[in-house]
Design a protein around this ligand. Structure first.
Ligand SMILES: [Zn+2]
Ligand SMILES: [Zn+2]
Length: 149
């Protein structure tokens, strides 16, 4: 998916949701808007505190919508199992590698070229699978947690 203006990206996502049987609610639109704007993984609690959502949507319906978005494949969950999960958009042809702090659970996009794109093509060629994708997360201890240790 090309980098289109925010509104076009949100419309595309809303249409995708409707095709998958989701209702186009105000909450759904706002959640998508925040996720597209942020363009990085965010925890459910932090998402619920976003100004765009805090006033109009209650946290439990936000969580229900996130789970539904995950079911239809538009959102994926990242994070270490013992920490709270982060949610992020999962868009066709668009992905980031992540680095995840084992101490505080923070997740950041890696500002790097994808290191395994060639490998992905090889896997496609070798296995004959279609729609091949990968998820690649790195784990470590973030600079903040290193200084507070
Ligand atoms: Zn940390
Ligand atoms: Zn990659």
């Amino acid at each position: 998916m090309k980098r289109e203006p925010l509104e076009a990206r949100i419309d595309w996502a809303l249409n995708f949701c409707r095709e998958k049987g989701m209702r186009r609610t105000h909450a759904l639109r706002q959640i998508l808007r925040v996720l597209f704007k942020l363009d990085r993984p965010i925890g459910w609690a932090n998402l619920a505190r976003e100004p765009a959502l805090a006033d109009s949507c209650d946290p439990s319906s936000i969580f229900r919508i996130l789970v539904k978005l995950e079911e239809i494949g538009l959102v994926r969950r990242v994070g270490s199992p013992e920490r709270s999960y982060y949610f992020m958009l999962n868009l066709p042809g668009e992905h980031h590698e992540h680095i995840i702090c084992r101490e505080c659970g923070k997740i950041e996009n890696l500002a790097m070229e994808c290191p395994v794109e060639k490998l992905e093509k090889k896997v496609t060629a070798k296995t004959g699978y279609g729609d091949v994708y990968h998820e690649l997360d790195f784990f470590g201890v973030c600079p903040d947690c290193q200084t507070s240790a």
